[in-house]
Design a protein around this ligand. Structure first.
Ligand SMILES: Cc1ncc(COP(=O)(O)O)c(C=O)c1O
Ligand SMILES: N[C@@H](CCCC[NH3+])C(=O)O
Length: 449
């Protein structure tokens, strides 16, 4: 199936200059190779080793501000809740929290991360189809802004936990608008066949039921139709229009609505996709939900963090196959899984300055994991990359580190934050000792043979 995430093999790869031109925080410096903000990435690779994720604080701030300003310029009272699933680094969450962002969390772990980074509970939304009673209790104890409920069963569970803990639960209903966002099948969420949200036809009755439950304060409606949406605003408009119709009907019945949650999903150009702008998104919200005059919320993840991060990797060796060149890196699908999981395309830039001007030839870029799917790119135009050469995967700031695993007993990579001329390791590389720690071989297995 063609999708915005898949690589259309009939279009030529953009060249390195094109890739850099769209990423103002990255530039090629004649002496130092690739520079993020004011820091040469080779310095980070040398000192922190590879594979390492590197995030630009300036880019996080700039992109958060661009969204905030677009919403403001559209005349909307809006709040931004960064989707922590895209990047749960405490340093990243702190940068965004300091800018005034809230968080959208989907687990106890993300809730704890957002709070540990200093994001006030009053700016946190709890989403997700399967919140445990324990997670709901923690959310209420923390005093979070709202819980987005995704089923009638969950509403009852929230009411029970609220009653048991003597707290009032602010609950927003996530609607499934049955709208096709035309994104990759694995990340579409707004179709009736998807597991997310409450069927549109059931939502009004459930909202009324919420209002009758003592422990629940109904706070509004939410919608999120998918991620990496690049095909214009039509799907957004259709989804928001359905929310607007439902909100009007609920208000007409005298039911309270405090705010409307527009979800996330705004796509970014990984390769040459034309992604909608924040202004276009703000315009779609204004045209559909604006007339209701209620505050709106946005839950962007990828749009803010994706372009703010790179994954640095080193070449282990170049293997000349019978008719292919394989560049084997020290990063693998356990680090960046998006290419293996969604056939996603990420720009790969060699870090040496002369590499940007060297002759290019096709290469398959792979990791050392024992899976054929551990392939980052096929037939990518790259210069000769001898052992030790460094490369950067672009647009790896969202759904990069958060989706990594220790498959093949590979420790989790380090994370670094760059801010102007300063940089720091914000999550040290996991040690092999830590990887083995806390495991138990039961005594009854006896001594090793
Ligand atoms: C409910 C919800 N909100 C927000 C997001 C963030 O999406 P994105 O990173 O595409 O903005 C997601 C992920 O798709 C989500 O499921
Ligand atoms: N993890 C996906 C997107 C899913 C978004 C979360 N609902 C990606 O890398 O593109």
């Amino acid at each position: 199936m063609a999708s915005p995430l898949a690589s259309p093999h009939d279009t030529p790869d953009p060249d390195f200059a094109d890739l850099l031109a769209q990423r103002p925080h990255l530039r090629a410096h004649v002496l130092d190779g690739l520079v993020m903000d004011d820091v040469p990435l080779v310095n980070i690779a040398r000192e922190a080793g590879t594979p390492t994720w590197v995030y630009s604080a300036a880019t996080l701030r700039r992109r958060h501000a661009a969204l905030r300003d677009a919403l403001r310029e559209a005349g909307l009272a809006a709040s931004i809740h960064f989707a922590a699933k895209a990047n749960d680094s405490l340093a990243v969450l702190r940068v965004l929290g300091d800018e005034g962002a809230g968080a959208d969390v989907v687990s106890e772990g993300e809730l704890r991360a957002a709070r540990a980074a200093g994001i006030p509970a009053s700016r946190i939304v709890f989403s997700g189809v399967g919140k445990s009673a324990r997670e709901i209790a923690l959310a209420l104890e923390e005093g979070i802004l709202q819980i987005n409920a995704e089923s009638a069963e969950e509403v009852e569970r929230i009411a029970e936990v609220a009653a048991a803990t003597g707290r009032e639960a602010p609950v927003t209903l996530r609607i499934n608008p049955d709208v096709d966002a035309r994104t990759h099948a694995k990340i579409s969420t707004g179709l009736a066949e998807n597991k997310f949200g409450i069927a549109y036809g059931d939502a009004a009755a459930l909202y009324a039921r919420m209002a009758s439950l003592p422990g629940i304060r109904p706070t509004g409606l939410a919608v999120h139709i998918g991620s990496q949406i690049t095909e214009g605003m039509a799907a957004y408009r259709a989804a928001y229009a359905r929310v607007a119709d439902l909100a009007r009907a609920l208000l007409a019945r005298g039911l309270p609505i405090e705010r409307l949650d527009c979800g996330g999903g705004l796509g970014i150009p990984y390769r040459d996709e034309i992604a909608p702008t924040p202004a276009a998104l703000a315009g779609a919200i204004r045209a559909t939900l604006g007339p209701l005059g209620l505050p709106v919320m946005l839950e962007p993840g990828r749009w803010i963090a994706g372009p703010a991060g790179v994954l640095l990797a080193s070449v282990v060796l170049q293997k000349r196959g019978q008719n292919r060149r394989f560049v084997v890196l020290d990063a693998a699908m356990n680090d960046l899984v998006r290419p293996a999981m969604y056939e996603a395309w990420h720009g790969i830039l060699p870090l040496a300055p002369d590499a940007l001007h060297a002759p290019l030839a096709p290469a398959d870029v792979v990791g050392p994991v024992c899976e054929t799917g551990d392939t980052f790119a096929r037939g990518r135009a790259l210069p000769d990359l001898p052992p030790g050469a460094l490369v950067a995967f672009l647009d790896a700031g969202a759904y990069g580190a958060t989706m990594s695993s220790t498959y093949n007993a590979r420790p989790l990579a380090a994370e670094v934050l760059v801010d102007g001329h300063r940089w720091a390791v914000t999550r040290p590389r996991q040690s092999h000792e830590a990887l083995l720690a806390n495991q138990v071989v039961p005594d009854w297995l006896g001594a090793a043979a």
